[in-house]
Design a protein around this ligand. Structure first.
Ligand code: ADP
Ligand code: MG
Ligand code: MG
Length: 878
């Protein structure tokens, strides 16, 4: 262990060393090295943290000589002395992981204070109040973080002190009040049987250990679980000499972003407090002032801040989130990192930075995740909707949410897990509420600003949040909140609009958001990068249009049965199903054909110039009949009314009989798909005729149409051969009529394992394959999708028997293996065979990555997922 370098001074660090120095440390070093005003400090590595878990004593003994050397250098640099009786050096001891986990671990400020140094600090600064304020903050933080004492008891003493002095804010407490308070704090610690360490070196050593340990606090562990951050990274410890924002009116502290993290707009955005220290801004104790006010409060500091933050953004070529402190008019930077942002801001910043020449199109695509695109498609309040505003707060994280009011994070978690929509309402949130924030639909706080804990976490999670809604009077004990003379109890429903900072009583209707120009542009960058095309599953002209609007390059699955489910068609369909002989059936089919043709005309038109894959009838026929018990009930009703011989009753009897005869033990594996088309050829013939009639009509009008006719559930070569023959035979007739070739293709879905295994044979007849991975997953695993999810699949995932739910994420080793076989054998037989995927998986980023690897032509997913899939396809190619 000895001989290892555990401690780095800024000179030996850089932004690239996040793994070793943590994000905070690496960026402090980088800022120092490019000459920015950073208070001197040093960093203890994440390696030390990891070694600490194995052998705490051994590690501390090995690290300590290096720490004391580094402190000596700090003393030289600052001209102050650690524990000194004249000009004492105070430090902050800060956690900083390789991956940003804002507020999740601990930091202690003003370390190095005791009875002696506090007096020295008062003398050196000429400000007694300041010295005692720093001391009481230090005791409070140290007691919380290192000694693990209840912070509430300190808060109680603090508010009592304010009461006694008759003031409402911490910074109004006089030196005498603070002195008294410090005495009370120390006695409180003593009353717990703990003696507060007075030697600064002891303080430092315990604080460093506390930071190492804070990696494993429950809230940090929860945060890592939610954000899928590995547990073995460890945290670095930054020891930074203190600069003071609480030395008076020409001092202050703040947080700012180089662009608006909510909208992405390019302007300095943030908050500050005059005469305050670090934590005050984020803790939501006083509601801070917008950064634009700093322009008037401290004009020179403001322009320096603009200059430096701009420099930082250009240096990192990304939006920065910066912490700063002003000590007697001098600006210090205490932290910079790539700023967390909403999905909307991520898109705008990425596209703007391409325009500004800061990053490439590819880089822009990389910076937006498919998850964020998904958030952009989240519901919002209709901007033109008029409603009564119950209260107004800050628009802390965009989007709207409706849910039951819950005042407690544990309860929010419980209800959220039960699938209930809740809005977590708190005076302010702390890192200990993280599980509740995660489970809630939205967050509402009465205190805190745009950079408060609730706001930052909500933006990270993509949840709507309204913060600093001061009009709310939240009574946690009674479980009610009062606002504008109204009392809202726990579990009453409210709506919040995080885009505008509004709260309303009851459930307001939400609408889908529309695309911005920036978003379109980003997706067009994505299309340039990707190899996969994105198509959509659409059954109606409206869906087709929407899909096209979202950028779909074709329809990968048009399910014709949905056309039969509509109210005006179902009776005709039932007639068809109930018919006992071919003539009756043909008559019903004739009526259906007229309707189908109309649908196809609409869809082909909407997709002019692009391929449309039409799947012939797939579900078992009994699905079109009403349920037998329902029909029986109605029949009994009719009989009771003496209408047992009415035409309706006769019809119901026929339908019941037919339903009984169609009943199957395993309908999913039964008489469905192309099996129907083989046994009742007239059904498929009608559908193919409808397709070609539509095609001919449109081609005559000069519309470009590319119909791909797809056979469901094929499992044998003979099925494929016969069905193809049928289509070709009919096509010849229509081509003769039209006097031109029709650019159609015939192909099959691959959705039973046997089809994948004989793909080479099928490809002799099929010109395209489309993987129907919903059925293929069912049939490969032998899991019924309709039953398995609720019964055992979730448990299986929890028990790690399955890595993911295979109906959500394509199972690469099993189902994926079948895909591989089908791709390679299909291509060996027919070189230019067109292959895509049309199961649910077509919209899932992990599955899309796999499809990219297989070299498929396209993925097809629901219209709303098309944008997500376009971005995921690009990411797969990078
Ligand atoms: P977090 O990771 O939770 O943001 P930080 O380590 O950044 O914790 O510190 C918390 C607050 O204390 C921040 O506002 C930071 O700017 C402030 N702070 C940290 N170190 C110093 C210092 N040496 N001097 C003044 N303020 C500091
Ligand atoms: Mg910080
Ligand atoms: Mg299927």
């Amino acid at each position: 262990m000895s001989g290892e370098k555990w401690v780095y001074e800024y000179e030996h660090g850089s932004a690239e060393m996040k793994g070793l120095l943590g994000g905070k440390g690496a960026n402090l070093a980088q800022m120092w090295n490019i000459g920015l005003p950073v208070p001197p400090g040093f960093i203890i590595t994440t390696e030390a943290c990891k070694a600490y878990w194995v052998d705490p004593r051994g590690l501390m003994d090995s690290v300590w000589p290096q720490v004391s050397d580094a402190v000596a250098r700090l003393e030289e640099r600052t001209g102050k002395v650690f524990g000194g009786e004249r000009n004492p050096l105070l430090v902050s001891v800060r956690s900083g992981a390789p991956v940003s986990m804002p507020g999740m671990m601990d930091t202690i400020l003003n370390l190095g204070l005791n009875e002696t140094t506090v007096k020295a600090l008062a003398e050196a600064s000429g400000d007694e109040r300041f010295a005692w304020d720093s001391y009481r903050r230090f005791i409070q933080m140290f007691s919380d973080v290192v000694l693990g004492l209840e912070i509430g008891e300190f808060e109680f003493l603090l508010s009592r002190a304010k009461g006694e002095q008759g003031c409402s804010y911490d910074h109004q407490l006089t030196a005498d009040s603070l002195k008294k308070l410090v005495g009370q704090y120390l006695r409180l610690v003593e009353s717990k049987g703990i003696s507060f360490p007075t030697d600064p070196w002891d303080q430092l050593r315990s604080a460093v250990e506390a930071v190492f340990k804070s990696w494993n606090t429950p809230r940090a562990v929860t945060y890592r679980n939610i954000h899928k951050i590995p547990d073995d990274l460890g945290t670095a410890v930054c020891v930074v000499s203190m600069v003071y924002g609480n030395l008076g009116e020409d001092c202050g502290t703040g947080v700012c972003f180089t662009r608006d993290p909510s909208t992405g707009e390019k302007r300095l955005y943030g908050e500050f407090l005059v005469n305050a220290q670090g934590e005050d801004v984020v803790a939501g104790i006083r509601t801070p002032r917008p950064i634009s006010d700093l322009k008037d409060a401290m004009p020179e500091v403001y322009s320096e801040l603009v200059r430096l933050t701009d420099l930082l953004e250009r240096h990192y070529r990304d939006m920065q989130d910066i912490e700063f402190t002003v000590e007697r008019g001098k600006l210090y930077l205490l932290q910079t990192r790539n700023g967390k942002r909403t999905a909307k801001a991520a898109v705008k910043v990425a596209v703007d930075m391409v325009r500004e020449g800061l990053i490439s199109q590819e880089e822009a695509v990389k910076r937006v995740t498919p998850d964020q695109v998904e958030q952009l498609l989240h519901p919002q309040l209709d901007p033109s909707l008029k409603f009564d505003v119950l209260a107004k707060g800050l628009p802390a994280s965009p989007g709207a949410a409706v849910g039951k009011v819950v005042f407690d994070a544990d309860e929010a978690e419980r209800m959220g897990k039960n699938g209930e929509d809740v809005i977590l309402v708190r005076p302010e949130t702390t890192p200990d509420d993280i599980h509740g924030l995660f489970a809630a639909r939205g967050i509402l706080t009465s205190h805190g600003g745009m950079t408060s804990h609730a706001a930052v976490v909500a933006r990270g999670l993509g949840k709507p949040c309204v913060s600093g809604c001061e009009a709310l009077d939240i009574d946690l004990a009674k479980g009610v909140m009062r606002v504008g003379g109204k009392e809202i109890r726990r579990h009453e429903v409210i709506t919040i609009d995080g885009s505008r900072g509004l709260v309303a009583y009851g459930a307001l209707p939400l609408v889908q958001p529309s695309f911005t120009e920036d978003f379109r542009e980003l997706l067009s960058f994505a299309d340039r990068v990707s190899k996969l095309e994105v198509w959509a599953n659409a059954d109606t002209p409206e869906d087709a249009e929407r899909a096209r609007g979202f950028g779909a390059k074709g329809i990968g699955l048009c399910r014709t049965e949905h056309m039969f489910m509509q109210a005006d068609r179902l009776p005709v369909m039932q007639e068809m199903v109930a018919s006992t002989d071919r003539d009756e059936r043909l008559e019903a089919l004739g009526k259906l054909k007229v309707m189908q043709k109309e649908d196809f005309v609409g869809i082909f038109k909407a997709m002019e110039g692009l391929p449309v894959t039409v799947r012939l009838l797939d579900p078992p026929l009994h699905e079109f009949l009403p349920k037998v018990p329902e029909m029986t009930e109605r029949l009994e009703e009719l009989i009771a009314q003496g209408k047992g011989d009415s035409p309706e009753a006769c019809k119901i009897r026929v339908l019941i009989q037919r339903a009984e005869s169609l009943k199957e033990a395993n309908p999913m594996l039964g008489f469905r798909g192309c099996r129907l088309g083989i046994i009742y050829p007239e059904i498929y013939e009608m559908q193919v005729e409808a397709i070609f009639e539509a095609v001919v009509e449109l081609m005559r009008q000069g519309v470009e149409v590319y119909p791909d006719i797809m056979m469901p559930l094929v499992g044998t070569y003979e099925e494929m051969r016969r069905l193809r023959e049928m289509v070709d035979r009919m096509a010849q007739r229509f081509e003769a009529e039209l006097g031109r070739k029709i650019p159609y293709m015939v192909g099959t879905m691959i959705e039973v394992p046997r089809a994948a295994l004989i793909a080479g044979d099928l490809a002799k007849e099929a010109e395209f394959f489309s993987f129907g991975t919903n059925d293929l997953t069912q049939t490969t695993f032998g899991y019924s999708r309709d039953d398995a999810e609720g019964k055992f699949l979730a448990e299986y995932v929890r028990m790690h028997i399955l890595g993911d739910n295979p109906f959500h994420v394509l199972d690469r080793s099993g189902v994926g293996r079948l895909l591989e076989i089908a791709v390679s054998e299909g291509r060996a037989q027919r070189e230019d065979i067109q292959i895509g995927i049309c199961g649910e998986h077509g919209g899932n980023p992990k599955s899309i990555a796999f499809c990219h690897r297989l070299g498929l032509k396209y993925v097809s997913c629901s219209p709303f997922r098309v944008p997500v899939a376009r971005l995921a396809a690009a990411h797969a190619a990078m």
